[in-house]
Design a binder for this molecule. Sequence first.
Ligand code: KG4
Ligand code: ZN
Length: 332
Amino acid sequence: MIILGIESSCDETAAAVVKDGRRILSSIIASQIDTHSQYGGVVPELASRMHIEAIGPVVDQAIQKAGICLDDIDAVAATRGPGLIGALLVGFSFAKALAWARKLPLAGVNHLEAHIYSLLLLEHPPSFPFIALVVSGGHTNVYHVTSPHEFELLGQTRDDAAGEAFDKVSKMMGLGYPGGPVIEELAKGRDPSLIKFPRSLLGKESLDFSFSGLKSSVARHLHDHPHVTQDDKSQVAASFQAAVIDVLTTKLLRAARLKGCTQIGVAGGVSANQTFVQALTRRGGKQGIEVFAPPISLCGDNAAMIAARGFTMIQSKDFCNLDHDVFSRTRI
Ligand code: KG4
Ligand code: ZN
């Protein structure tokens, strides 16, 4: 079965062609980052307009690169939510129209479930049940994934998402948007223990997260040390990143212990952070836990993961029709 996946929930317009839910024939991503970085974050109205301009050419390119034609497509899958409502509407409406015109089944995919499916696209994917972290600019959610359709939410952030904290700390130091890659680069080779930023664990059993205290602590540090050199920024970056990684790692190992899982997968933009993945792999390894992360090309928003999740929805006859609308809130 050949599925065309479409993603437009935030600032990437993406289309992909995936065979049988596992084989990526093409994956095209048109990023809007250069536009939004001028404003220090994603501007929703601009995002919607840019999706409208990009969606047609991006889908055409995905079909062409896959070496197929429109007639070869058996089903369409598009992100239905959560995300920016105007942005979602562009991709979902496009998918609805295409599915209707070609009389194809349509899957309305949950974006967070799709990030988990980026792990199932790995050559050696985790097996059920496993613990999954979806960590991006909008979410820090831990799930117990027990089957292709069951995602039990174990914990989430009570304030900022981890990626959002990276972006805000980057902004405070004048390093631009998105913050994650810049901070990871600056932190390389620095001793992260020199500045002691707080680790908010919210009690012994909690699987929730809070990054606002850490963010304020970095802001206070910068306020108290007004003449920051590039070298100081690297130090702050390393110590801040270590605090985030420490909290994420501790909670994931806690979740694995509580649920008796021996496999943990991380997905979403922040899972591109190799320092994080390596730390989790090291600490997990000591407890007999195996760690999975997507290749960098599938960490951020992409449509291959949408098609992969769409495949299992189509298989279980979980279809959308023209009456279905997008949703902006998390549903899982
Ligand atoms: O999944 P994504 O592309 O979009 C959504 O937010 O849904 O994630 C983007 C987020 C941004 O906050 C960005 O700073 C963060 O992922 N990010 C990183 C890294 N690369 C991207 N955070 C830490 N380290 C990175 N290397
Ligand atoms: Zn995402």
